[in-house]
Design a protein. Structure first.
Length: 595
């Protein structure tokens, strides 16, 4: 395939199959905010081709019945389709024994299954589990739970500044007490590809069992599990152009047979009495209850679709486009790529440092241009801590992406930088009142939170779309009183926000039940949300704050539809802090003699 070159030169055309592939995805037929969708978040979930949607519809329309239980036509048809999907997964992974393929809800459940079941017969106090710094929370928390339950010790492979595992340090961590090694095949936050065959060989040399998180790998590269020799391998269907709610766990049969069931229920038993239950053979032993039948069939159709395109062609297309994306992003002044491993694929994480623009602000601004990227810690908080950052902007690729998608991303980033450079310096009020050397708390904006809310609703009604409302919120944030530097303490840190937020409050002097608060964030959009909360709550009585229906207000002004769940979670965390402070004032007031 010809290389995709700079947008200033003539672009090479992707292979015919890739051009046609985009047409297979109905979602690209719509406009997003009046613009053609540029979807660069396949690392979170891939879009679904018609073949997958039609296969699932066909099951519900023509085959809908429970599996493994009925002796009638529909049940037999559904069972055959379900088990055919298992066979497709096995071939896709180059696994001959289909009984080693378990269906789960996704990578997260697959890892939890192993962490729970394997640990029950394998771990004892003092044993060691090794993970890496770049793991997704789904490959951290289950092992922490196992360590807490069985007294094992969790050890972590460090990484270098490029985002690569330090293999010498990994070798030092391995010992006769190492029981489990759990690592990602391809980092969702950095794009780093790990040498799984070497990691596995080293672990097996000390008698350890290896689990690999393959969620980010399977859609982009050939997966040959016998060649890797891993003991467990997990992935999610929705990252492989299949539906959500379906995943796969491969396990070596000798291990799966030793492991106790993860859940109890129907279809995982041979015989049940009140005295004793005997369990079904693999894979049913680990598939209790009615499974996601349509999801498994959809996953099988997704594998058929990828095989039709040719995974080697997909990998070639994405590798060429990935290199083009990295090259083009580096044309943006002040842009820094986080994670520069020698072997990367699929994902590019970056920040805008000059001028510094928070990742969340970048993501929201790109959305206005119809560009979908992921911002945040990507469920890799320890990894972000390793780099000393709170979040990144992440662009990830799929079979439907084109060079023009990358160009649109870069053009939007360039426009954002120009807009920021053109903005006049914000003159924010001084942080201190020089007369008494106290923070400059503002007066109440209205008599009650309800009255302040009505003002907001009226103001927002004159704004035509989200772009106008977004800018309005940003402008509000620019008028926030400056936050005192000595108040930026861990006590005042609002946890639950993916940006850095500090909030300081007091009971207003001369009052019994009135709350004042100041807050600040490193993200423009969050400062705007803080300004909204200030106008609603600062200078208000605690009882009024507690009685105000904030959820109804947010719905009325449309913020519930235009802010990601992570951003809304941050907003909820601030509201909880404010209401908690108001409750403390209310409790004090109720108990005092002056009332």
């Amino acid at each position: 395939m010809s290389a995709i070159v700079s947008h200033r030169e003539q672009k090479a055309v992707p292979p015919t199959s890739m051009i046609e592939a985009r047409r297979d995805f109905p979602i690209f037929e719509q406009l997003i905010r009046g613009k053609e969708l540029v979807y660069l978040d396949s690392g979170a979930t891939t879009q679904k081709p018609r073949a997958v949607l039609e296969a699932m519809d066909r099951y519900y329309e023509q085959q809908n019945a429970n599996i493994h239980r009925g002796n009638y036509f529909l049940s037999l048809e559904a069972t055959a389709a379900f088990e055919q999907a298992r066979e497709k997964v096995a071939r896709f992974l180059n696994v001959k024994d289909t009984r080693a393929i378990l269906f789960t809800r996704g990578t997260t459940e697959s890892i939890n299954l192993v962490a729970s079941s394997l640990s029950r017969y394998l771990l004892k106090r003092g044993d060691e589990i090794i993970i890496s710094t770049m793991e997704h929370h789904s490959n951290i928390v289950p092992w922490q739970l196992a360590c807490e339950q069985y007294g094992a010790i969790l050890k972590v492979i460090p990484i270098n500044d490029a985002g690569e595992l330090l293999m010498d340090e990994y070798e030092k961590l391995l010992s006769p007490r190492t029981r489990i090694v759990a690592v990602t095949h391809l980092s969702n936050a950095l794009g780093t590809i790990n040498n799984i065959a070497t990691i596995t060989k080293m672990a097996h040399a000390v008698g350890a069992v290896v689990l690999v998180d393959g969620a980010q790998w399977v859609a982009h590269h050939v997966t040959d599990l016998p060649a890797l020799d891993v003991d467990f391998y997990a992935f999610s269907g929705h990252k492989l152009y299949g539906p959500t709610g379906i995943g796969v766990l491969y396990g070596k049969r000798q291990l799966l047979e030793k492991m106790p069931p993860y859940q109890g229920g129907g279809d995982m038993i041979k015989r049940v009495t009140f005295e004793k239950t005997t369990y079904a053979d693999l894979p049913n032993k680990f598939e209790a209850g009615t499974p996601n039948i349509a999801g498994a069939i959809g996953l099988g159709a997704a594998i058929d679709y990828i095989n039709h395109l040719g995974l080697s062609k997909v990998a070639q297309h994405e590798e060429t486009l990935f290199k083009y994306m990295e090259r083009r992003l580096l044309e943006v002044p002040g842009l820094r790529i986080v994670g520069t491993a020698a072997h990367k694929s699929g994902a590019v994480s970056f920040l805008l440092d000059q001028p510094a623009i928070a990742a969340y602000d970048v993501g929201l601004r790109l959305d206005i241009d119809g560009i979908a990227v992921r911002t945040g810690h990507h469920c890799c908080e320890p990894l972000m801590d390793r780099f000393g950052i709170g979040a990144t902007i992440r662009a990830t690729l799929g079979v439907y992406n084109r060079a023009s998608d990358v160009d649109a991303l870069v053009d939007s980033l360039q426009t954002l930088r120009k807009e920021r450079a053109a903005q006049p310096a914000v003159s924010r009020p001084a942080a201190l009142n020089l007369a008494n050397d106290e923070p400059a708390y503002t007066q109440a904006f209205a008599e009650t939170p309800e009255a302040a809310a009505e003002q907001f609703i009226d103001e927002f009604s004159f704004l035509d779309d989200w772009a106008d409302r977004y800018q309005y919120i940003i402008d509000l944030g620019n008028k926030l009183p400056a936050f005192p530097e000595n108040e930026r303490t861990d006590v005042n840190r609002v946890h639950g926000c993916q940006s850095t937020v500090f909030l300081s409050a007091r009971k207003r002097p001369g009052t019994l039940d009135t709350l004042d608060f100041l807050a600040d964030s490193d993200a423009d959009i969050v400062r705007g949300l803080i300004a909204i909360l200030q106008r609603l709550f600062t200078g208000q009585k605690a009882s009024s704050i507690l009685a105000f229906d904030i959820e109804a207000f947010l719905e009325k002004i449309g913020l519930d539809k235009n802010l990601a769940m992570t951003r809304r979670n941050g907003l909820v965390s601030m509201i909880k802090r404010i209401k908690g402070l108001a409750q403390a004032i209310e409790n004090t007031c109720v108990g005092c003699e002056k009332c």
